[in-house]
Design a protein around this ligand. Structure first.
Ligand code: SF4
Length: 523
């Protein structure tokens, strides 16, 4: 395969040369092509979310596609674009044309990293893609995904959504010196490559995974590929979502179903917790590499509350409908006399619709979001977060002045942005503000792939409901009960709710807890 030299694409690895990702270029089949401006792009990294509300930060989005006789880079771009809400720090695509794998990745949004010219330089019928929000490892180019590993004459690319909880043990087991693995995904890539047979063949990636996967603990939805095979894996708890679809005679995997819709794929099903699906020639083949006793479905309940797109289908239900029902249960359990129900844009809106429906209080808009601000670079400083609210939101004063408002949001993590939003509404003339939250108080840090602040920074970690009300300066506040949250979703169990209850379904090793305690993340 000949590699076009594109000045925009920049670095082209030579055999044996260390690439900017820290990987070594193999003899001929791989290349990494970071755009020439690799590094921190302007104005594309967000330490805040795309909206003013006060919720935990997203994890990552993964996408994989294999089609016969087609070029899939544009479809992969579209799939990643539909998953942009899951990670805005970096984006990347690895494409195989059957003879070589090319990886392009960089810091920034999908649309910052890829343009027509970049995509045209990525021919091939199989690809994986990734959008990243860092939960372990620093936010820098080296940690952008997909990562790749060369193994002899072959190799593979890997994209990971989640967080391994036994990275240090895995690294020790394979003799990686402390600090050599720059992230859990990096250590995983190394572990897989070391389990390839001495003389790799077309099944080597599958066989290596069958050996390695049972060693992993924590949360991992993975997409991987070598030259010929596309593989998707979901951990035995199914912490993070992963679904598959069909497109003609080809197959597509994605963190969320809208990424299937956007490429025209037909939703087939969600992967089972503990399932590995291999697409080689013909029909996909399923493997279940984990011991039966480890299969224990624990889908992150916050996928329903906040992370997933409202048009996603999880556990057979459209997420928007579950959020509307959360609002309905909230209206039943926490009624209040008011003139208008409003949602905090955008994620509080479906639950606000439900609250209004159930309470028969008119629904209206009280806040307008600046749709063009995009992701602004905001340092995790409390004062700047508060200013960020003013940048993103403005009040509809004619709608709220003199009114008793029910304000519905999905969650409160720090409380800083909620407090600033309440101040805006009061300045806009709201007579009363009754805050209704469509999930229980967020009290515990997440170790399964969601970035949450230090525990003392979680508003509800050590405050009573009355103290929270006072801090936020609202007339009343109520949270949805966990049992009602489950009822709204329509399933009694099968969820992780550790950040709400402190019941961690997969043991968090002492060394991680100690590190977190040192940062006051648990206690
Ligand atoms: S701790 Fe919370 S945010 Fe993390 S996986 Fe569990 S439910 Fe989701």
């Amino acid at each position: 395969m000949s590699f076009a030299k594109d000045p925009k694409l920049g670095f082209e690895g030579k055999p044996g040369q260390e690439s900017p990702s820290g990987s070594v270029q193999p003899k001929s089949i791989f290349k990494i092509l970071p755009p020439a401006n690799a590094g921190w792009p302007k104005n594309t990294v967000s330490l805040d979310r795309d909206g003013p509300a006060d919720s935990p930060e997203e994890a990552c989005g993964v996408f994989g596609i294999k089609l016969e006789n087609a070029s899939v880079s544009h479809l992969t771009f579209d799939g990643l674009y539909a998953l942009q809400h899951r990670g805005q720090e970096s984006a990347g695509i690895a494409v195989s044309d059957g003879e070589g794998i090319t990886v392009v990745k960089n810091m920034g949004l999908v649309s910052n990293v890829f343009d027509e010219r970049t995509l045209l330089a990525l021919p091939g019928g199989m690809a994986i893609g990734h959008t990243r929000y860092s939960t372990t490892g620093a936010s820098n180019w080296k940690n952008a995904q997909p990562i790749f590993r060369a193994v002899g004459e072959t190799g593979f690319a890997l994209g990971h959504n989640g967080n391994l909880t036994n990275t240090a043990e895995l690294a020790e087991d394979i003799g990686l010196l402390p600090g050599l693995a720059i992230s859990d995904t990096d250590a995983l890539g190394e572990l897989i490559s070391r389990n390839f047979p001495k003389e790799p063949d077309s099944d080597s990636l599958r066989d290596a995974l069958l050996k390695v996967l049972p060693m992993l603990k924590g949360a991992f939805s993975l997409v991987l590929m070598d030259l010929e095979n596309l593989i998707a894996v979901r951990d035995p708890n199914g912490f993070r979502p992963l679904c598959m679809g069909s497109l003609g005679s080809g197959w597509v995997f994605a963190s969320e179903s809208p990424a299937l819709d956007v490429v025209g794929a037909k939703f087939v099903r969600e992967l089972e917790p503990g399932e590995m699906v291999v697409v080689s020639q013909g029909e996909p083949k399923s493997y279940f590499p984990f011991p039966a006793e480890r299969i224990d479905p624990k889908l992150c309940i916050f996928e329903f509350v906040y992370f997933a797109r409202p048009d996603s289908r999880l556990l057979g239900k459209e997420v928007h409908g579950t959020r509307r029902r959360m609002g309905q249960y909230l209206a039943m359990t926490a009624p209040v006399e008011a003139d208008m129900v409003m949602g905090v844009p955008d994620s509080g809106v479906p639950a606000a619709e439900g609250y209004a429906l159930e309470s028969q209080i008119p629904y209206g808009q009280g806040l307008v979001k600046n749709r063009y601000i995009g992701r602004t670079f905001i340092t995790p400083d409390q004062a700047q977060r508060a200013n960020g609210v003013r940048r993103k939101l403005n009040t509809l004063t004619e709608n709220i002045a003199g009114k008793r408002l029910v304000v519905v949001d999905d969650s409160i993590v720090r409380g800083t942005t909620t407090k600033a939003m309440v101040k805006l509404l009061r300045e806009g003339g709201a007579k009363e503000i009754h805050l209704r939250i469509s999930s229980p108080p967020y009290k515990w840090s997440c170790f399964y792939g969601i970035d949450t602040p230090s525990r003392p920074d979680l508003l509800a970690s050590d405050r009573t409901i009355e103290e929270i009300r006072e801090y936020l300066n609202v007339d009343s506040i109520a949270y949805l009960d966990l049992a009602d949250l489950r009822k709204a979703i329509g399933a009694d169990n099968g969820f992780c709710d550790a950040c709400l209850t402190g019941n961690y379904p997969v043991e968090v090793p002492v060394r991680i807890l100690s590190a977190a305690a040192a940062e006051n993340r648990v206690g």
